[in-house]
Design a protein around this ligand. Structure first.
Ligand SMILES: Nc1ncnc2c1ncn2[C@@H]1O[C@H](COP(=O)(O)OP(=O)(O)OP(=O)(O)O)[C@@H](O)[C@H]1O
Ligand SMILES: [Mg+2]
Length: 264
C-alpha cells in the first residue's frame, strides 16, 4: 500500500472483519468467488484486501492475469513487510471494483510444505492489516489440514463453499465438524455454488443445515446460492475478473447479493 494511502487510513478506529472462504472438497469455486467478492466490495466503496492463502498452489494472480512483483514468499524470506507485498487490482481500493491483493506464490511450489509456525506468523500479520481495510477475504486451500484451520482461526467468519454434489456436501459437513472442534466459537456460513437452480441450491443447503443441526448443534446461515454460469469459466480462461468481463452475469449478481448478506 502506498505511504500516502496508508497515512490516510491510519487514523481509522474500525477493523475490517476477516472472512475465510473455505471448503472441504476442492474445485468448488472458492478462488473466483473470493476475487468476485473483493470486486463486489470495491464496487460499494469498501476497501477490500484479498489474501491468497492457498499456500503452495496459489492461483488468484493467475485468475486475475497479473504478475505481482512481490508476494507472500518475499514476506516469508524477511525481504518485505506484509503491507509492502500488496498489489493493487483494478486501480486498488477506492476505485470502482478495485481492491488490494496479497498474492501467494504460484508456479514454483516455494511455499509448499510451510511450517505451521510460519502460517501462524502470516495469519497474525494479516490481523494487523485489518485497521487499513473495510473487508479482508482469505482464499483458503481446500480441505481440513492444520494450515487451513489456522487461517480459519484468524478469521471472524468462515464461509464454507459446497456444490450440490454429494461428495462436496459430505466434505463440507466434515469441514464444519472439524472447524467446530478446532474453534468452538466459530460462526460458519454456507454458500452453495454451481447450483442447477436457486431452488435446488436452497434444498441442498437445508439438507446440510439439518445434518449440522442434528449432529453438531449448529445451523450455519445461508450466505447465498450461486447458479452454474458459463461466463464464470469464460472469465477465468480470459484471466479477467467476472465483474469486468461479465458484470451483468447472473453469477456476479449472486455474488453482489452475497456481499450484502455478509455485511449485515
Ligand atoms: N458458478 C459457476 N459457474 C460455472 N463454473 C464455475 C462456477 N463456479 C466455479 N466454476 C468453475 O469451477 C472451477 C474451479 O473454480 P475455482 O478455481 O475458483 O475453485 P477452487 O475451489 O478455488 O479450487 P481449489 O480447491 O483447487 O482451490 C473453475 O474452472 C470455474 O470455471
Ligand atoms: Mg482455489
Amino acid at each position: 500500500m502506498a505511504v500516502a494511502a496508508k497515512r490516510a487510513v491510519a487514523s481509522r478506529t474500525s477493523k475490517a472483519p476477516i472472512t475465510a472462504i473455505a471448503s472441504g472438497k476442492g474445485g468448488v469455486g472458492k478462488t473466483w468467488l473470493s476475487v468476485s467478492l473483493a470486486c463486489a466490495f470495491g464496487r460499494t466503496n469498501r476497501r477490500a484486501l484479498l489474501v491468497d492463502c492457498d499456500i503452495g498452489l496459489a492461483n488468484v494472480d493467475v485468475q486475475l492475469g497479473v504478475r505481482p512483483e512481490a508476494d507472500l514468499s518475499s514476506v516469508m524470506r524477511g525481504w518485505l513487510e506484509l503491507d509492502a507485498a500488496v498489489t493493487p487490482i483494478l486501480g486498488g481500493p477506492g476505485r470502482p471494483g478495485g481492491f488490494d491483493l496479497l498474492p501467494g506464490h504460484s508456479g514454483s511450489g516455494a511455499l509448499a510444505g510451510l511450517k505451521l509456525e510460519e502460517v501462524h506468523r502470516i495469519a497474525q500479520g494479516i490481523s494487523t492489516l485489518a485497521p487499513l481495510y473495510d473487508r479482508i477475504i482469505l482464499d483458503c486451500a481446500a480441505g481440513v489440514d492444520a494450515n487451513v484451520m489456522r487461517f480459519a482461526r484468524a478469521a471472524d467468519r468462515v464461509v464454507v463453499v459446497t456444490t450440490e454434489d454429494p461428495t462436496a456436501l459430505t466434505d463440507a459437513y466434515a469441514f464444519l465438524k472439524l472447524l467446530r472442534l478446532a474453534q468452538p466459537t466459530a460462526q460458519p456460513w454456507i454458500i452453495v455454488n454451481l447450483a442447477d437452480t436457486r431452488a435446488s441450491g436452497r434444498r441442498v443447503y437445508e439438507q446440510l443445515a439439518k445434518a449440522t443441526e442434528s449432529y453438531l448443534g449448529i445451523r450455519p446461515p445461508l450466505a447465498g446460492v450461486i447458479c452454474r454460469d458459463p461466463r464464470v469459466g469464460d472469465s477465468i480462461r480470459a484471466q479477467t475478473p467476472l465483474c469486468v468481463r461479465h458484470p451483468q452475469s447472473q453469477a456476479f449478481e449472486d455474488v453482489l447479493r452475497i456481499a450484502e448478506a455478509l455485511s449485515e
